[in-house]
Design a protein around this ligand. Structure first.
Ligand SMILES: [Zn+2]
Length: 68
């Protein structure tokens, strides 16, 4: 396996040119709260998984952005 695979992935990652407009694709209730599967509605293809806790706290990202 190439030693610089991870580094290459990092350097080729594009810096988003916009604030992602996260739209909820689907949501699932779990014992830890509600898991939200979101994607960027601006058409850039970014996806993320958020966790909305049982309280009124805003959702927090539990995954890094992925997809494109
Ligand atoms: Zn976006």
């Amino acid at each position: 396996m190439p030693m610089d695979a991870a580094q290459t992935l990092e350097t080729t990652r594009q810096v988003p040119a916009h604030e992602h407009a996260w739209l909820v694709d689907s949501a699932h209730d779990t014992s830890d709260g509600r898991v939200l599967y979101v994607r960027c509605g601006a058409g850039c293809g970014a996806r993320r998984i958020d966790l909305q806790g049982p309280s009124t706290l805003p959702p927090s990202a539990v995954s890094r952005e992925f997809g494109r």
